[in-house]
Design a protein around this ligand. Structure first.
Ligand SMILES: Nc1ncnc2c1ncn2[C@@H]1O[C@H](COP(=O)(O)OP(=O)(O)OP(=O)(O)O)[C@@H](O)[C@H]1O
Length: 237
């Protein structure tokens, strides 16, 4: 694939997903283009996390086809899953930092695990991502010395280390107060403007109303796309 591919970062066609034999999603089709910002909404239990897990190959498809960052998910072998995940940045609601390691050590761990060896390159990449999330100079701190919002920013920095084509975020602001939520949105927006696509599951309709972007909504096991029809964001849960 050419390095400057114009193919969608995510392309999903007629997929079906089930959990423990119960069908969650059917006939779902959508594309996400390079540099798009997309919200994923739907009631609790509608399948948002499951759809995201499918995209990073943590859940298999029952039917249909999907490609993510030029990986065909139907044909993807287990041994190649780490290669796919290197092209994605994944951010969850609960921070999942190593609590007994500094910010620098948390980030260095990921670089080493993904094949980086040159110390000075690692150091400069860590500085770059911390700068991007507004935490320059904080690399020696331990997670408990940071606020919840700052910890989430470290998680975002960690997700950016390998220059992902898309950041997949599952309720990244779920535990944060409105002011901190706004800060996180602004960081995601900045990352997006630099060319990384963003797919973010959220229940935060006030954020969506304040910062309108394309919305994918899961409803009754199917997907509604704001590019194709108007989506009313009224009922939250
Ligand atoms: N590991 C699992 N084992 C059994 N059932 C599961 C599992 N994970 C999810 N489910 C069920 O699948 C359905 C979809 O869950 P999912 O987490 O994808 O929904 P969601 O839209 O992300 O919900 P929320 O908004 O609460 O995060 C739910 O009914 C949930 O209980």
């Amino acid at each position: 694939m050419a390095p400057f591919s114009t193919d969608p970062v995510v392309s999903v066609r007629n997929i079906e997903i089930s959990i423990e034999g119960r069908q969650l999603l059917k006939n779902c089709s959508f594309d996400i283009q390079k540099g798009e910002f997309v919200y994923l909404v739907g009631r609790t239990g509608s399948g948002k996390s499951s759809l995201l897990r499918t995209l990073y190959a943590d859940l298999t498809l029952d039917a249909g086809s999907a490609s993510v960052a030029d990986f065909n998910l139907v044909e993807l072998k287990q041994k190649n899953v780490p290669m796919l995940r290197r092209k994605l940045g994944i951010v969850f609601q609960d921070f999942q930092l190593f609590k007994d390691r500094s910010v620098n050590e948390n980030l260095e761990f990921v670089l080493k695990a993904t094949g980086w060896t040159d110390r000075s390159k690692m150091k400069s990449r860590i500085s770059e991502v911390l700068m991007l999330v507004g935490l320059a100079g904080q690399s020696k701190k331990m997670p408990h010395q940071l606020s919840g919002g700052e910890q989430q920013r470290v998680v975002i920095a960690r997700a950016l280390l390998n220059e992902p084509r898309i950041l997949i975020a599952d309720e990244p602001t779920g535990n944060l107060d409105p002011e901190v939520t706004e800060d996180i949105y602004q960081i995601l927006d900045k990352i997006n403007r630099q060319g990384t696509a963003i797919l973010m599951a959220t229940h935060d309709y006030s954020m969506i109303n304040q910062h309108p972007q394309r919305v994918l909504k899961l409803e009754n096991g199917e997907i509604i796309d704001s590019n194709e029809q108007e989506i009313k964001l009224v009922t939250i849960f």
